[in-house]
Design a protein around this ligand. Structure first.
Ligand SMILES: *[C@@H]1O[C@H](CO)[C@@H](O)[C@H](O)[C@H]1NC(C)=O
Ligand SMILES: *[C@@H]1O[C@H](CO)[C@@H](O)[C@H](O)[C@H]1NC(C)=O
Length: 229
């Protein structure tokens, strides 16, 4: 009887622990940042870039990633080493990935290194919501829902090396999408502040855009360059 009750209490402890683990891994984030990068601003820095083996990407924003984040500004990363990136799971998406999610890192490659990094660091932290295939398919679908370059160009903001006010860039995107973007700047090789990445926010089921609960930190000048590509 004693042994049985010890077993029962151990079982209850294990079940409780298991429940807590499952519970904590299933919702360790509150929303996603959906981040797109301007290739011209990746390539014209001191670091420079390499085009993917498939050739120069289109003159368009490219996906950087879909990143689970918490409302307090922190974020989980590298959440499941038991579920590493597996290219065979996204073979049906590869040609669209090469167009919409092109790598610019050196040496030239086919993009698998970039996508693998994004899955391992960020995607594994939202696997309770999106498996590997869904993670990439959903991110591609988000890009198709809001055309950032079109939003900017419609407001006369073009990638031509001119400077535009940060305010006009934000208001063009807000006007076209209803969403307040966060703009990340970097510096070109001469030190000019330029439009590098645009952050939008997506709800925790990755099925709807939302206003960002919190913005990252960073600095842009009030007037920033939009380089050509
Ligand atoms: C850009 O350069 C300025 C100094 O001119 C520096 O303060 C800032 O940190 C740089 N920004 C980035 C993203 O490297
Ligand atoms: C996310 O947004 C979609 C579309 O508006 C909605 O159907 C879904 O319930 C939302 N999910 C969460 C967790 O808020």
């Amino acid at each position: 009887m004693k042994i049985q009750s010890d077993h029962a209490s151990l079982l209850i402890k294990l079940l409780t622990l298991n429940f807590l683990l499952v519970f904590s891994t299933s919702q360790d984030f509150d929303f996603f940042y959906f981040v797109q990068q301007w290739p011209g601003s990746y390539c014209d820095t001191k670091q420079s870039c390499c085009y993917p083996i498939t050739g120069k990407p289109a003159s368009d924003f490219g996906i950087h990633g879909l990143w689970p984040n918490r409302n307090d500004g922190s974020y989980p990363s590298n959440c499941d080493s038991n579920n590493p990136f597996d290219a065979s799971k996204i073979s049906d998406l590869k040609s669209e990935m090469q167009l919409e999610w092109p790598t610019l890192s050196c040496p030239s490659n086919d993009g698998l290194t970039f996508w693998s990094h994004e899955w391992d660091k960020h995607g594994t932290c939202s696997e309770s919501v999106l498996d590997q295939h869904d993670y990439f398919a959903t991110t591609l679908s988000l890009k198709s829902q809001i055309n950032l370059l079109h939003a900017l160009e419609s407001a006369g903001i073009e990638p031509n090396g001119e400077k535009y006010s940060l305010r006009s860039i934000k208001s063009a995107i807000k006007g076209a999408s209803g969403l307040t973007p966060w703009i990340q700047c970097n510096n070109d090789s001469s030190g000019n502040s330029q439009l590098y990445q645009i952050y939008l926010c997506v709800n925790s089921s990755a099925s709807g855009f939302i206003e960002c609960p919190v913005f990252p930190n960073g600095h842009c000048d009030s007037s920033i360059e939009f380089p050509s590509f």
